[in-house]
Design a protein around this ligand. Structure first.
Ligand code: IMP
Ligand code: MG
Length: 185
């Protein structure tokens, strides 16, 4: 399909995402039953995933968000992360689940995990809807991953390209168009 002038190829249908989220919800509920769990979503990309994941849990949780940006070029994160918005809930003694849309180079998750650990929680675990491995540079634990996608730039279900496509209910790969704009036969 074509949205905002770009061709999109389906990667995860909404029904498949639903299955993934329900499965993650079951696992996380089992692992944290009886604990004090705080979900910390990474804005903006994780807002859809966190909303669905929270409702797939059968345990009580607190919910907060933070927002980060990476310095450097805008196609791959540089490893130097700046916190634009910090979470406000007191995390001391609680278990934290950092909820992210996608792990790409891994720099953001690594830095945010360390940032959260410094606040004195009982534990920090990391959950990403998509584990994209082609550009992984930073080694950091990914405790819960929805799906592994080998390559491509993905949009939809919170994921954006220049702030577009976050509203789409599925995940899509952006198809690179030929530079001359013409279709080859
Ligand atoms: P990192 O490279 O693992 O640090 O990822 C940094 C951020 O880049 C992620 O939180 C996403 O917001 C964004 N990102 C990485 N890959 C994609 C993608 O395929 N589509 C949309 N955003 C992405
Ligand atoms: Mg993000």
């Amino acid at each position: 399909m074509t949205v905002a002038g770009r061709r999109l190829e389906p990667v995860l249908a909404p029904e498949r995402i639903r299955e993934i989220v329900l499965d993650l919800g079951r696992r996380i509920s089992e692992d944290f039953r009886g604990r004090r769990l705080v979900l910390v979503g990474v804005l903006k990309g994780a807002f859809v995933f966190l909303a669905d994941l929270a409702r797939a849990l059968s345990i009580p949780v607190e919910i907060d968000f933070l927002q980060a940006s990476s310095y450097g070029d805008d196609t791959a994160s540089s490893g130097r992360i700046r916190i634009l918005l910090d979470c406000g809930i007191d995390l001391r003694g609680k278990d934290v689940l950092l909820v992210e849309d996608i792990a790409d180079t891994g720099h953001t998750l690594k830095a945010l995990r360390q940032h959260l650990l410094a606040k004195g929680p009982a534990s920090v675990r990391v959950c990403a809807l998509i584990d994209k491995r082609e550009r992984r540079e930073a080694e950091t634990p990914l405790d819960y991953a929805g799906g592994v996608i080998e390559e491509g730039f993905l949009v939809g279900y919170g994921l954006d390209c220049a702030q577009q496509y976050r509203h789409l209910p599925g995940v899509y790969r952006l198809v690179e168009e030929a530079q001359n704009g013409g279709e080859r036969t």
